[in-house]
Design a protein around this ligand. Structure first.
Ligand code: PBG
Length: 328
């Protein structure tokens, strides 16, 4: 045998020398949940190690994360039921607690990137990402609200707008609205290929944002706007549109069961690719580790590394803090 691949695996120094993929804090975005009020740190039972924070404690937590090298954060609001309505109007109330939290964070940490969430579900009494009329999610009327929401986020100091709603044409609507208000430097990270996945459950628990079961006029799932998990080529259509409409980043969501989609977009486009390692992926990992069936310290970094290896430049993960603590 003249070719023995094992020679290049014989010790850690040689393995490190030829390592093809490296994952650092710079690649990671840490998603966090915000609640109104003060002195709140509420653990999310289906997403252990992640919390809903009031802004006073959030500031301290962000500071901890920054010591670990994290600089990119994505925020989601947990809105009280009584503030929700059919068009999600609280989302563009310039004085809402979510936008006020951006202002506080930017005052303390001007150097961080604030990545937002644009969709109606945290604010909608129907629990959908768009406006529901006669049992349907109406596209173009929703885009008007999404654009307003994005502009208020930019005004509050957001660096990157994150439309997670999957309405058609929303990137163009948001880009135009931002530019008209003078926010041409604010970026858009589009949820380009977002699938109607079963793996968003813990997130919906965190925000109490699942489609409401109360009326039979409200669709029970998001299949008329999120993509069918069976489809791959359709992601190219979504990507073409987002590219033309001006997205700065394209996201694939979920991540680990969709590595083929990540790889395909990375091979076909010249803008950065992001991947969202969603709540259900984490829940699976953590539950198995808790049972003692998997080892967290090796399985967790392998999960993140695989997403990077598939082609993601940016990984949004609830594991970001743990990972940075581990490699420190
Ligand atoms: C909704 C939204 C969802 C997630 C992010 N934004 C859930 C959904 O589409 O129902 C899920 C993230 C996760 O599971 O971690 N706009």
């Amino acid at each position: 045998m003249t070719r023995r691949p094992r020679r290049n695996r014989k010790n850690e120094a040689v393995r490190a020398m030829m390592r093809e993929t490296r994952l650092t804090a710079d690649n990671l975005v840490y998603p966090m949940f915000i609640v109104d009020g003060e002195n709140q740190k509420q653990e999310i039972s289906s997403l252990q190690g992640n919390y809903r924070w009031s802004v006073d404690l959030l500031v301290k937590e962000v500071e901890e994360c920054m010591k670990l090298g994290l600089r990119n954060f994505m925020f989601f609001p947990k809105v009280e039921e009584e503030l929700k309505d059919e068009i999600g109007s609280y989302s563009y109330n310039p004085d809402n607690f979510y936008l006020n939290a951006f202002r506080t964070l930017k005052k303390h940490f001007p150097e961080i990137n604030i990545i937002t969430d644009v969709a109606l579900d945290p604010y909608s009494s129907d629990g959908h990402d768009g406006i529901v009329k006669d049992g349907k999610i109406v596209n173009d009327e929703t885009n008007v609200v999404l654009a307003k929401m994005a502009v208020e986020q930019a005004r509050a100091g957001a660096d990157i707008i994150g439309p997670s709603d999957m309405m058609d044409g929303r990137i163009e609507a948001i880009r135009n609205a931002l530019d008209e208000e003078g926010f041409e430097d604010v970026s858009i990270m589009s949820y380009t290929a977002k699938y109607a996945s079963a793996f968003y459950g813990p997130f919906r628990d965190a925000l109490d944002s699942a489609p409401k079961e109360s009326s039979k006029d409200i669709p029970k799932d998001k299949k008329t706007y999120q993509m069918d998990p069976a489809n791959k080529r359709e992601a190219l259509l979504e990507a073409d549109l987002d590219y033309m409409e001006g997205a700065d980043f394209m996201m694939v969501k979920p991540a680990t069961f969709y590595l083929d989609i990540i790889h395909m977009l990375k091979s076909n486009y010249d803008i950065p690719i992001a991947a969202y390692n969603v709540s259900g992926e984490i829940a699976m990992l953590k539950a198995a580790c808790e049972k003692g069936w998997l080892d967290y310290n090796t399985a967790m970094p392998e999960m993140l590394l695989s997403i990077k290896r598939a082609g993601a430049d940016v990984i949004i993960s609830y594991l970001a803090k743990d990972y940075c603590e581990m490699v420190k």
